[in-house]
Write a protein of this length. Structure first.
Ligand code: PA5
Length: 444
């Protein structure tokens, strides 16, 4: 199990002297993480999480997952941002993006409260009709509007369907250990609760109950996931000569050379939500103080037919990071066709994964020719252990990269601005002056 950085598609894009000159900065950033003496150092709980987690709670998660599996057809996971993306990403990667449509002995899993679309909520309610439901409401602060609204709707549904007592057995809350309205409500109602540790921010929380409970309900081996992350920690933490550090270094190197955008690419649709998780991780960690690399993503070869033109020949401010999954477990081959009207018999009998790999090599060389460097991260296999490794790799690289960039990788002050405006426009008490100012601007 491992994630290896392949430099083949960086040929001609790196000046060794310039890169070498950045090494002291890299070492300083690594030391800042290890010594816990940088900005945001009270949010470094994720660093030791793979080896230093609450075993009692871990067992309670496994037990709750079994209970949920045995008592519902539909499991609704309510949360937004870091309280949603990691779980969905892991389930889609390890199981399938079509998980809900697969034959399985685990419940369908739907995600709610990650937006304010009434249509999305109504559609989910329609799907839930006549089904047995369990709910996991996840909010570290316990006060985020989007999940709070969705939870009102589902709490009401469950209480009407099962009564207060019955609903209590079907609602699981993941939140702060002591603070916030969700914690207060959960204690009042008697829901089973799981903890988001104080020192783990939302986007770094996938290996806490935030991610682990939904991932376990999907039938994934969460112990293997933690073991994979622990292996990454052992191999990468504090090391300046490892691939994780190299990835952080290269990102900053390209950024300083004028590359404003990093595109995360993968050749499998099971990676789509992992890219969304990665975008939040890097976007929220680095995009501040007028700085940061804009994190974008594509799924190839699909997006070669939409974004391929731009990447090949548009504004030259891009670099790509390609996650190359080595063993996907797929064995489907291109069929032989006697008529050969499409002229594809020359690849009849080849596995689709092999064809896909040629697509990757062909694309990487073409993009190189178009002036786009490709960092390639080779992941051994599509399983829990490798995914745990990947999570830790990206989290650690993000922290190092953020410190190299000169930002606090663990806060997100900018996220508050839309909230303040929204509360004011909605007429939340205490926001009268802002409301008047915004209404005047909107009336112009
Ligand atoms: O990374 C973060 O901190 C955010 O994305 C939060 O996870 C997100 O805003 C949800 O917050 P909460 O879990 O408090 O509801």
């Amino acid at each position: 199990m491992a994630l290896k950085l392949n430099e083949k598609y960086l040929n001609g894009f790196i000046n060794d002297e310039e890169l070498g000159a950045m090494k002291p900065e890299l070492e300083k950033a690594i030391a800042t993480v290890v010594n816990r003496d940088g900005e945001g150092n009270d949010f470094l709980g994720w660093v030791d999480l793979p080896v230093d987690y609450d075993k009692e709670e871990f067992n309670a998660i496994v037990k709750a997952a079994e209970k949920i599996k045995n008592s519902c057809d539909v499991f609704v996971v309510i949360g937004i941002g870091g309280s949603y993306l990691g779980a969905r990403a892991a389930i889609e990667f390890i199981k399938s993006p079509l998980y809900n449509n697969m034959k399985k002995d685990t419940p369908d899993i739907y995600f709610a409260g990650n937006g304010l679309s009434g249509t999305a909520l109504e559609e989910l309610l329609a799907i839930c009709e006549g089904k047995d439901i369990c709910v996991n409401v996840i909010s570290k602060s316990g006060t985020t509007t989007e999940p709070a609204i969705a939870f009102r709707v589902f709490r009401d549904l469950l209480e009407k369907k099962y009564g207060e007592e019955g609903a209590k057995e079907r609602i699981f809350a993941t939140t702060d250990k002591a603070r916030g309205s969700l914690k207060t409500l959960s204690d009042e109602k008697g829901y089973q609760t799981f903890v988001v540790p104080d020192d783990v921010g939302g986007r770094y929380s996938v290996l806490t109950a935030v991610g682990l409970l939904p991932i376990a309900v999907a039938g994934c081996d969460i112990q293997a996931l933690m073991d994979g992350a622990a292996k990454a920690r052992e191999e990468l933490l504090g090391k300046a000569d490892c691939d994780c550090a190299k990835y952080a270094l290269l990102r900053n190197y390209f950024h300083r050379g004028g590359k404003a955008i990093e595109i995360l690419a993968c050749y499998h649709s099971f990676f789509t939500m992992t890219s969304e998780w990665w975008k939040q991780l890097y976007g929220e960690s680095e995009g501040k103080d007028g700085k940061g690399i804009y994190p974008a993503s594509v799924i190839f070869s699909t997006d070669l037919h939409s974004m391929g033109q731009f990447i090949q020949a548009g504004t030259r401010n891009l670099f790509e990071t390609v996650v190359d999954v080595k063993d996907t477990g797929s064995s489907i081959k291109v069929p032989d066709d006697a008529a050969n009207l499409d002229g594809l018999n020359f690849i009849a009998g080849e596995s689709l994964d092999k064809v896909n790999h040629y697509a990757f090599q062909a694309t990487a060389l073409a993009h190189n020719d178009g002036g786009v460097p490709n960092i390639v991260l080779e992941l051994d296999a599509k399983d829990e252990a490798n995914y745990g490794y990947l999570i830790y790799f990206f989290e650690l690289a993000c922290a190092i990269s953020g410190y190299m960039l000169g930002v606090n990788p663990f806060n997100q002050p900018g996220v508050e601005d839309y909230k303040k405006n929204m509360y004011a426009l909605l007429g939340k008490p205490g926001n009268e002056a802002r409301r008047a100012e915004l209404l005047a601007r909107l009336a112009d």
